[in-house]
Design a protein around this ligand. Structure first.
Ligand SMILES: CCC(=O)SCCNC(=O)CCNC(=O)[C@H](O)C(C)(C)COP(=O)(O)OP(=O)(O)OC[C@H]1O[C@@H](n2cnc3c(N)ncnc32)[C@H](O)[C@@H]1OP(=O)(O)O
Ligand SMILES: O=CC(=O)O
Ligand SMILES: [Mg+2]
Length: 370
């Protein structure tokens, strides 16, 4: 049975910090993955602080089995030595992706990281989550470790949606703990688990398409061999939309995951933008080149912010209907605009360049009451 409303927010261990009642909307446009055991990548981390919203020390897939301990220790060293990273000190959060709960490393990852750098760790990403039982396990263990380490704020939990069972159990995963911060789509493992027939890491597929109807001749006979335009579809639309609804319903945050074609920055931007438009707040960055793409896509454009502010100003108390540039705006569309402006304000607070751009938008108050 799940916990009752009475004890849902009670700490799960004596001496553990109280769970948060609300998950803070901290900017997390790019969750940048690095292998803490890779000297070249690790050396880049100090200079990345302040340029990216989240730095994530990845211990799971993409780290060779023989390097697991080295990567774990590398993250401890980075957490201890890097200024202004993680905790409440600066704009760049420190996350980790631990090994899966059924692996030989998952337990030691959690025990070591919380004990050694728990005060720096903001979020633990848990891969291959199948259901609420996985989150319950991590929830209790984190509480015990936090109490032992004397931490004064709870570490949050982020689940990767990368199994068919995980997708089927998505609502119970989101609701499993007040630590739940968000979900990411894991298209590579999810494709394998679902037996999808794509070998790509995220992104589209030229075979997943719809085709224009055939032209007809003068007698109305379809010309099946004639030229017909095809339109590539988004393989991930269903899962992302499902994830966005589940997260919104539970007050947590949805993210697009990895885009593996590092050189195809154009398609990466498109995939990230689809996710942004559907409601995601960020995406993973696997290579330094993807950080700027995520920062750009997951920040509202100056045009959108200008329009949103204009609608809000014209709508006064937010009720009724007005015409702006030939379009009707009302109580519902003003709420859409408030979402855009709230995000812009959050980002401007940590991104001076964006702040400059948003501050330069001239005040516009136009519109006519219907
Ligand atoms: C698919 C399911 C998943 O689980 S996705 C998440 C797991 N995968 C990952 O975390 C992959 C992380 N990224 C990487 O391993 C590398 O970026 C890959 C994709 C292998 C490309 O590396 P490489 O061939 O070295 O790229 P490059 O020559 O263009 O690198 C230029 C310099 O940048 C460095 N670099 C590379 N990636 C990162 C990174 N993620 N974070 C920090 N630094 C990175 C490289 O080491 C290289 O450094 P240097 O200039 O030679 O000193
Ligand atoms: O972990 C991510 C994935 O796509 O699998
Ligand atoms: Mg995966």
């Amino acid at each position: 049975m799940t916990r009752t409303a009475k004890d849902f927010f009670a700490p799960l261990a004596v001496g553990a910090p109280a769970p948060l009642r609300e998950i803070p909307a901290r900017p997390s446009r790019a969750i940048h993955f690095f292998d803490p055991g890779n000297e070249k990548m690790a050396a880049k981390v100090p200079d990345m602080v302040g340029t990216v919203d989240v730095l994530l020390g990845n211990l799971e897939d993409a780290v060779k089995a023989e390097n697991k301990e080295k990567s774990r220790q590398g993250l401890v060293d980075i957490g201890r030595a890097t200024a202004n990273l993680g905790g409440t000190v600066g704009p760049t959060q420190l996350w980790t992706r631990v090994n899966s709960l059924d692996s030989p490393w998952g337990l030691d990852d959690l025990v070591t990281l919380v004990t050694e750098i728990g005060d720096k760790l903001d979020v633990v990403m848990v891969p291959k989550v199948q259901g609420a039982e996985d989150i319950h396990y991590v929830d209790r263990l984190l509480a015990q470790l936090e109490a032992k380490a004397g931490l004064d704020r709870p570490i949050l939990v982020h689940a990767i949606l990368e199994t068919a069972r995980g997708v089927a159990n998505i609502e119970e995963i989101c609701a499993a703990s007040p630590r739940m911060q968000g979900l990411s789509l894991g298209p590579a493992d999810l494709a394998a688990d679902r037996r999808m027939k794509t070998t790509r890491v995220g992104g589209g597929h030229p075979g997943y398409l719809v085709r224009q109807d055939p032209e007809r001749d003068d007698l109305g006979v379809p010309q099946y061999d004639g030229p017909r335009t095809t339109y590539q579809q988004d393989l991930w639309h269903y899962t992302i939309a499902r994830m966005v609804d589940a997260c919104a319903m539970h007050g947590i945050y949805p993210y697009y995951g990895p885009f593996g074609d590092i050189k195809d920055t154009v398609a990466c931007e498109d995939q990230f933008r689809n996710a942004f438009l559907l409601g995601c707040v960020g995406a993973w960055s696997l290579h330094p080149a993807q950080i700027a793409i995520a920062n750009k896509v997951f920040s509202p454009s100056v045009e959108d912010v200008a329009h949103a502010r204009r609608v809000i100003a014209a709508m006064g108390d937010g009720t009724g209907a007005v015409m702006i540039d030939g379009k009707m705006e009302d109580d519902a569309s003003v709420k859409q605009c408030q979402v855009m402006v709230a995000l812009a304000d959050e980002l401007a607070a940590i991104d001076p360049e964006l702040k400059k751009q948003y501050d330069a938008i001239p005040d516009q108050h136009s519109g006519t009451e219907a």
